[in-house]
Design a protein around this ligand. Structure first.
Ligand code: PNS
Length: 163
């Protein structure tokens, strides 16, 4: 039984993230998606909201679990008896940061391997940051995420505006 964890901020999840989750679910027996609680990136959505969004979006994939986490990804992996950390690689610009993270995680936990899945070409340009920017200027979001996530994002931005 091989368990993989897929840690990230998911603020909010995009088609790119969902593609990685779906493909990881085909390669591993169990995939535990870890939603980072205290991100230094000051997330737009609370961790509960981000977990909820991902739970709805992955409800049809039986071997995927969504869990919040705090602290190190390798500790999250160990808590779930995972042998693998999955990360998506979009472009060369991701590589340096991802390599450094994978090497750090390897030093911290030599028993946990990082596996990179290359993002499907149609989502190579998609990121939560870019999606939020397009949303703030009322751009077309249909290529970034499923309709329920777009709705959640628009509602959240509206809520922020009216504060
Ligand atoms: O979706 P993101 O923001 O690119 O995900 C980054 C994440 C959550 C995978 C990374 O920041 C992380 O692993 N944070 C937990 C702290 C940690 O384990 N740091 C050591 C690796 S550098």
């Amino acid at each position: 039984m091989v368990t993989a964890v897929y840690p990230g901020s998911f603020d909010p999840a995009t088609y790119g993230h969902l593609d990685i989750i779906k493909r990881a679910s085909l390669s591993f027996d169990r995939v535990v998606v870890g939603v980072l609680h205290n991100s230094s990136k000051s997330p737009l959505f609370s961790v509960e909201e981000r977990v909820n969004i991902l739970e709805k979006a992955t409800k049809n994939i039986p071997n995927v679990l969504i869990r919040p986490f705090d602290g190190l990804s390798v500790n999250f992996a160990r808590e779930h008896d995972a042998q693998v950390i999955v990360r998506g690689l979009r472009a060369v610009t991701d590589f340096e940061y991802e390599l450094q993270m994978a090497q750090t995680n390897r030093v911290l936990a030599p028993d946990v391997d990082t596996v990179f899945l290359t993002t499907s070409l149609e989502y190579a340009y998609v990121s939560s940051t870019i999606m939020k920017e397009v949303a703030r200027y009322d751009g077309d979001l249909s290529k970034f995420a499923p309709p329920e996530i777009i709705q959640a994002l628009q509602d959240k931005l509206q809520e922020e505006k009216s504060k």
